[in-house]
Design a protein around this ligand. Sequence first.
Ligand SMILES: Nc1ncnc2c1ncn2[C@@H]1O[C@H](COP(=O)(O)OP(=O)(O)O)[C@@H](O)[C@H]1O
Ligand SMILES: [Mg+2]
Length: 485
Amino acid sequence: MKLRISLHTRFTIWFTFLLVFLVGAILFVIEKREVNTIFEELKNKGLLMAKNMADLNSGSLRLWDTETIQANIQEQINEKLLYVVFYDLYATPLVYNQEIAGKKEIFSVSRLPGDARPDSISFQTQDVYLAKRVQRVLEIEIPIFVRGSPDKWGSVKIGLSLEDMRKEIRRTRLALILIGVSGFLLGMIGATLLARRISRPVKKLVDGTVRISKGDFSRKIEINSQDELGNLARSFNEMSARLLETREQMEETHKKLIQAEKLASIGKLAATIAHEIRNPLTSVKLNIQKVLEDDRLEAMEKEHLAITQEGIGQIEKFVKELLNFTRVSGLQLARFPVSQILEESVKMMVDSFRQKRIAIERKVDEGLPEVLVDGDKMRQVFLNVLRNAYEAVDQNGKIIISAALAGNGQAKKIRVRISDSGCGIPDKDWENIFEPFFTTKPSGFGLGLANARKIVEQHKGVIRVVKKRSAGTAFEILIPCEGEP
Ligand SMILES: Nc1ncnc2c1ncn2[C@@H]1O[C@H](COP(=O)(O)OP(=O)(O)O)[C@@H](O)[C@H]1O
Ligand SMILES: [Mg+2]
């Protein structure tokens, strides 16, 4: 199995490496320099001490007064200046402090015998057993000249304890380590914050992608930064919005396709049935007509036949409507003012409206452009909707018909609204009412709205139910002004 390391962890690991390396390298350089400086300082100090020692004793040297020199030396010795040795010209140790008496390894070695250059100096470090412990010592040896003469008298060597320097270096190291650790900690905190700043939007992006892969387009990714990640998130949101749009379009198309297929098969079946029924029905009707004309019939028989005739009428109506619905025919386009088609449709219903005392209110805007439609078919649409409204309202009901311009530019449309104060349509039926054969009426066929939608869509228009504030129902029919069906 492959190890999965998150972006956040990877960033932190890399940053830690980098930080450790950088801090380490910087501290290493600083430490080297600091140690060097401390050592140089000590060397300079030691050199000065050696020179002072030579100057201080030059008088006594000339007189070979070793006792005074010995006393002088003894006075100077402390835990920093561990020893002083005066050598003669032949590197024989003449005077030295008593602490190193017997320690041949210290005083028997001179670095500068026979070296006549006045500025020759010898530095060296070594471990020396003194005061019951091994100590690291810096030895400095310089030549001594007799005052007033170019001749070398001998040399003086001093031994300086390096313990103090070691302590100082240790202190410096400690301080550097402290600085390093706090620098590292601060760096880590910074790195963690930075990693989070980077990884959080990335995580959001990842979550967004996962959501989309599961088909959830609803939520946007909230990254408002103005950097590449912000741009990415914005493009991502745009992409998902477009995906959503495409998916909705696809679903819509799919629905329409299914609808069309359903209509086609219903149409075929209905057409066959209607065709098969029509001829025998006509013959039945004619025969009944003939029988009814016979004077020998009794009143009772006539009444029965009349009822049969009525039933046949009902069947004929259904067959007619079914054929009307299933027949596919082209549009006979012409230009009409919408108000004219509306008025003709209302006129066909006027008697029915009057019987039920239904009030018709018209709100048709002035100067509406004409529409390019099939007049007969469009009248059928309005008629079907008006008939439904008529059937939905009680006595003294009200129907409002309005027409106005909607949309703009190329997509100008006429919006016709037919609303009634009737019983209304329950929400659950909204998507069914346009289905063929959907009806809630005892003697309805359920073809009125299906037919209306078929015609409106043939005109590239839209028909739909819309929400209404008061009781009742409102239908909206949008017809493109410049129809190109
Ligand atoms: N204006 C309306 N008010 C209330 N219900 C309506 C209205 N228009 C249509 N409907 C509902 O839609 C159904 C389908 O209407 P339609 O296709 O014309 O068939 P039908 O009128 O034969 O029932 C109706 O049965 C009714 O339930
Ligand atoms: Mg109807």
